[in-house]
Ligand binder design. Structure first.
Ligand code: ZN
Length: 157
């Protein structure tokens, strides 16, 4: 966005690295903005000061959205549970709390070939891939059918 920190009070931090000018005419200047703070602030403090300084304008500029929902058929994810005593094969679970499912899966199912190659045991497939895995394992379709059966049961009564 900008080269310089967008917090207008950045020079008031009076850090040593902000001093410029020659003797008798010295001054503090803004730091450079950092990509860590979205090229807006030089630090987390300046980023939040900028947000507070511009809060009303930002809220008015961004369209408001209504309530968002995540239905149960899209609520799948893979969870990595580290425990000192468990073996590496016991650490991966395919979960859908909205369906009450907590299914143990293998490392090969929980990770992409790239993740296995990187050897980061805690990284797992994303939620879209988790849903596909649930369908492959028959978990998603079985429960969908169950819901339909339950729904029909309610209709009859
Ligand atoms: Zn700053």
């Amino acid at each position: 966005m900008s080269e310089w920190c967008q917090n207008k009070r950045c020079p008031e931090k009076k850090n040593q690295n902000q001093i410029r000018g020659s003797k008798g005419a010295k001054y503090y200047q803004s730091n450079k903005a950092s990509s860590y703070y979205y090229d807006i602030g030089c630090s987390q403090g300046c980023f939040w000061d900028w947000f507070k300084q511009n809060e009303t304008a930002i809220k008015n500029a961004v369209p408001h959205i209504p309530k968002q929902v995540l239905p149960l058929e899209n609520a799948w994810y893979v969870e990595y549970r580290y425990s000192y005593s468990s073996g590496v094969e016991d650490r991966y679970y395919l979960r859908n709390k909205l369906m009450g499912i907590d299914q143990h899966i293998t490392k090969q199912q929980a990770q992409t070939p790239e993740q296995i190659a990187e050897d980061h045991s805690w990284s797992t497939i994303d939620d879209t891939q988790a849903k596909e895995l649930a369908i492959t394992l028959g978990l998603a379709s079985w429960h969908n059918q169950n819901n339909i059966v339950m729904y029909r049961h309610h209709l009859r009564n």
